[in-house]
Design a protein. Structure first.
Length: 237
C-alpha cells in the first residue's frame, strides 16, 4: 500500500508506482474516487488525473494483469511532432503573414492553439509589425540622394545663408470635404444622473481635395488644389 513513509523513502512516486497502487486498491474493492484521493495525499501535483485512475480501474476489473501500456500502431508521437514542426517552418518560409488558423491544415491537422504554442515556445517565432519607412529606395537611388546632399552642402558652404533663402519646398496632402468628428471630440461634462449625449452616425465624405503647398523661408508662397471623387475617380477641377 502506498503511504507517505514509502514515498519519502523512495524520494519519488513514479507513474508506474501509482498504477501499481491502483491495481492493488482495485483488487481490494476501492472505487476510483477513493483511490485518487489517496494518491493526491501522497503525490500532490504529481498525481495522475482521475480519468487515468478510472481507466486503469476498469482494466483491472476486467482481468488485466500487466501495468504496461499496450503497444500502439503507427509512428511514434515524437516523429509526428517533429514532422509537424518542419511543415510549419516550411509553410512560414513561403508565407510569413499566415495566421495559426492557416498554418493548422499544413501541420497535419493540429488545431490553431497547439500551433501557436509550438510556434512561440518550441520554434521561438513571434509576429512583428512592419516598420514604416518614408521610401523603399534602391541602392542606386540612395547613392544619388547622397550625391545631391553633398552638392547642396558644398553650395551652402560657399554662399552661406543666401543659399537657404532661395530654396522653395513643395508638399501635398489629401483633405476631405467632410471629416468625421471623433467621439473624444464630443465629450461633455455632465452629472451622474444626466443622460449620455447622442451623436448621429455619419459617413465620411467621398470627395477629397489634393492640396499642394509651395513655401520658402518666409512661409507659404503658393497653393493649389484639385478635387477627386472616390465614386468615379474623375478629376472635377
Amino acid at each position: 500500500m502506498l503511504d507517505k513513509a514509502s514515498a519519502g523513502a523512495s524520494g519519488t512516486v513514479t507513474v508506474e508506482d501509482q498504477i501499481l497502487y491502483i491495481k492493488t486498491e482495485t483488487l481490494r474493492g476501492k472505487n476510483p474516487t477513493e483511490i485518487h484521493s489517496a494518491l493526491c495525499e501522497v503525490c500532490g501535483e504529481e498525481t495522475v488525473d482521475s480519468g487515468t485512475v478510472s481507466r486503469w480501474d476498469t482494466r483491472f476489473c476486467e482481468g488485466r494483469v500487466t501495468i504496461i501500456d499496450d503497444p500502439r500502431p503507427g509512428r511514434p508521437k515524437t516523429s509526428t511532432y517533429e514532422r509537424s514542426m518542419k511543415l510549419m517552418v516550411d509553410f512560414l518560409a513561403q508565407d510569413r503573414r499566415a495566421t495559426c488558423k492557416e498554418v493548422s491544415p499544413q501541420a497535419t491537422g493540429i488545431s490553431p492553439t497547439p500551433v501557436f504554442r509550438i510556434l512561440t515556445k518550441k520554434i521561438a517565432k513571434k509576429r512583428n509589425l512592419c516598420q514604416l519607412v518614408p521610401h523603399c529606395l534602391t541602392a542606386e537611388k540612395k547613392q544619388k540622394r547622397l550625391e545631391n546632399a553633398k552638392l547642396l552642402k558644398q553650395i551652402f558652404n560657399a554662399e552661406d545663408q543666401p543659399f537657404l533663402f532661395r530654396i522653395v519646398a513643395i508638399d501635398e496632402t489629401w483633405v476631405r470635404d467632410f471629416e468625421l468628428e471623433l467621439k473624444s471630440h464630443s465629450n461633455e461634462w455632465r452629472s451622474p444622473t444626466s443622460p449620455c449625449p447622442k451623436k448621429f452616425r455619419r459617413a465620411q465624405s467621398k470627395v477629397k481635395q489634393m492640396m499642394i503647398f509651395a513655401y520658402d523661408h518666409r512661409g507659404i508662397i503658393m497653393t493649389e488644389n484639385s478635387m477627386w471623387n472616390k465614386c468615379d475617380s474623375s478629376v472635377l477641377s
